[in-house]
Design a binder for this molecule. Structure first.
Ligand code: PLP
Length: 599
């Protein structure tokens, strides 16, 4: 494609994007297709000869678009928002056009320096502790953009693991892997599944802590679990608190969790604020960020609630050197002479990095902090509106505390009719929502996601939800004494919860959608993991490492003997028994003073 063709088609694509955004409501929010639909429409091999761009664009509209879920549709209430905005798209276009790969300062000075500036803007806009702001006086911290919140969690965990192992091994030459079986991480049952995945990848144990009825981690159980593990000779090294859980947007009490973590020197506290962390841009939401001064790291996804399109996840750490030393590799071909220029390759997993700071910079500048605050406040007000509508209708209930844009609701029936309600909603193509298990109950997640969402979108959605619900209740002969008619919802006259009518045949209607025994994407720690592990212990170690304690002890002994032999032979073979080092650096936390102040 030459520059003239690029100009022509570029303008067409921009026109297409504008048209798409303007007329998006004419499209179904999500397709009802079967897997494999596209295979039937496209050839099995790439073309040998060039095809015209016009044909490609036509096929895009005819074949690709029908399989697209429109995450920026006013009736998309699923998952969390896929942050998106015109300034962000334009920033991303420029990043693609420039195509620089900013792994070091030298490889793209503007990318490196803008990232530092934008991460500090962002941290200050959220009111984060100064320890995370790299240009704050005395700060040793800072931030970097990552590809996803999952990556942020993994990077934090790997850093915590490196720090804990380094403490355990001291000056010895014991191989790091010897300490893996003693390391244990903690997260609440409501924490995102990316925590479970990170522990799997890092070969460390994960202990899942129960949540209270609001979906917040039980700090008393965390304290007890850590104590028990210390007593059992394990090394607690990583705790994840969540502000804005996926299933119900619950906010863990970071202050109380932080106080527990402070008692054990090997613990790194990570706070996952993928969605709700962005809401700290509002002073009124900062009640939930209290305690962040205890955190070693914190992440948000501006690609969820800050109008920045995927991919963009922000990770801040209070000690950049610890992060960099955990991930530092420095081959000659990546070195350069500007030693005081920041090299972001040491801050994450990939070497190559896109110029992601550009889109965030565009967003901050074109909306201003005030514009971003207005956007989030609008979502909050609309979620409250929806909550009010649901609560007014006694056939329904709201299960979560609605603080931000997420409302978890259900009909006051068993789970089956609620499964069906969600299936009806999604099969209509007119709205899109997802399920979750919150506080032990199946719920439908209704999340305000659309940038320009209005009250009308909420009222329309609610009246459609009620229509589907009424149909299900009628078809399945579930008792309900009143049918609200206004969009605002009418009080139900009967105070009885709905129940199947005695003597009536069971539900006849077939579900059109496969009912999965697993939770959806929105499930947190998987139910299988949660239920199958005695004492809620999930071991991320491979079966090679996870053996019964006796065999483990024998293996250590064997390794230690081997090591001794090698050392005596003058070899530097490096495996030894961890018992020599153990968890001696851990303080006993039985007498944790939970009133201890932060510093
Ligand atoms: C609280 C929380 N943490 C982590 C994640 C994972 O985010 P990502 O898809 O960016 O890895 C999600 C996704 O929704 C989330 O809700």
């Amino acid at each position: 494609m030459n520059v003239e063709e690029f100009r022509k088609y570029g303008k067409e694509v921009i026109d297409y994007i504008c048209q798409y955004g303007t007329n998006i409501e004419e499209r179904d929010v999500a397709p009802t297709l079967d897997p494999g639909y596209l295979k039937k429409l496209l050839p099995a091999d790439a073309p040998q000869s060039p095809e015209s761009f016009k044909d490609v664009l036509e096929d895009f509209e005819q074949k690709i678009m029908p399989g697209v879920v429109h995450w920026n549709h006013p009736k998309f209430f699923a998952y969390f928002p896929s942050g998106n905005s015109f300034p962000s798209v334009l920033g991303d276009m420029l990043s693609s056009a420039i195509g620089s790969i900013g792994f070091s300062w030298a490889s793209c000075p503007a990318a490196a320096e803008l990232e530092t500036i934008v991460m500090n803007w962002y941290a200050k806009a959220l009111g984060l502790p100064k320890a995370f702001v790299s240009d704050a006086p005395g700060s040793t911290g800072g931030g970097a953009l990552q590809g996803s919140a999952s990556e942020c969690v993994l990077v934090s965990l790997i850093t915590a693991r490196a720090r804990a192992i380094s403490e355990l091994k001291g000056q010895t030459s014991v191989h790091d892997s010897v300490f893996l079986p003693s390391l244990i991480a903690y997260a609440s049952r409501e924490a995102h599944s990316s925590v479970e995945k990170a522990t799997k990848m890092a070969l460390v144990k994960l202990r899942i802590i129960d949540a209270d009825e609001h979906g917040r981690m039980r700090v008393d159980l965390l304290r007890q679990a850590i104590q028990n593990d210390v007593n059992a000779g394990l090394t607690p090294f990583f705790v994840v608190a969540t502000v804005g859980t996926t299933g119900g947007c619950a906010f863990d009490d970071i202050t109380e969790i932080g106080k527990v973590c402070r008692q054990v020197s090997s613990i790194w506290l990570h706070v996952d604020g993928a969605y709700a962390g962005n809401s700290f841009i509002l002073p009124e939401m900062r009640v939930f960020s209290a305690g962040l001064e205890y955190a070693d790291s914190f992440n948000t996804n501006p690609n969820k609630l800050l109008l920045t399109n995927f991919d963009a996840s922000a990770l801040w750490v209070r000690d950049v050197m610890t992060l960099k030393s955990a991930l530092n590799v420095n081959p000659l071909y990546l070195r350069h002479e500007h030693l005081n220029g920041v090299d972001y390759r040491h801050y994450g997993i990939p070497l190559s990095r896109r110029f992601r700071a550009l889109k965030l910079w565009f967003v901050f500048r074109t909306y201003g902090i005030k514009g971003l605050q207005e956007y989030i406040r609008n979502h909050m007000a609309l979620a409250k509106k929806f909550e009010m509508l649901v609560r007014k209708d006694e056939r329904f209930e709201v299960r979560n505390d609605v603080h931000l844009g997420l409302v978890c609701f259900r009909m006051r029936t068993g789970d089956e009719p609620n499964h069906m309600l969600l299936a009806q909603i999604n099969h209509s193509g007119k709205m899109h929502m997802t399920p979750a298990k919150f506080n032990g109950r199946y719920v439908i997640r209704f999340c305000v996601t659309y940038e320009h969402a209005t009250e009308k979108d909420i009222l329309d959605a609610w009246s459609q939800i009620k229509c589907f619900a009424e149909e299900i209740l009628r078809d399945h002969q579930l008792e309900s004494s009143s049918v609200p008619t206004t969009p605002e919802g009418t009080e139900r006259t009967s105070s009885e919860p709905m129940a199947p009518v005695a003597g009536k045949p069971p539900i006849k209607k077939k579900l059109t959608r496969t009912k999965s025994l697993r939770f959806s994407f929105t499930r947190s720690i998987s139910r299988e993991q949660y239920q199958s592990q005695s004492e809620h212990l999930m071991d991320g170690c491979t079966p090679i490492l996870v053996v019964d304690p006796k065999t483990l002890q024998e293996n250590f002994q064997q390794a230690a003997d081997e090591n001794d032999r090698n050392t005596n032979n003058g070899s530097n073979g490096a495996i030894s028994s961890p018992n020599k080092n153990g968890c001696t650096k851990l303080k006993n936390i039985s007498d944790v003073d939970t009133d201890e102040g932060s510093n």
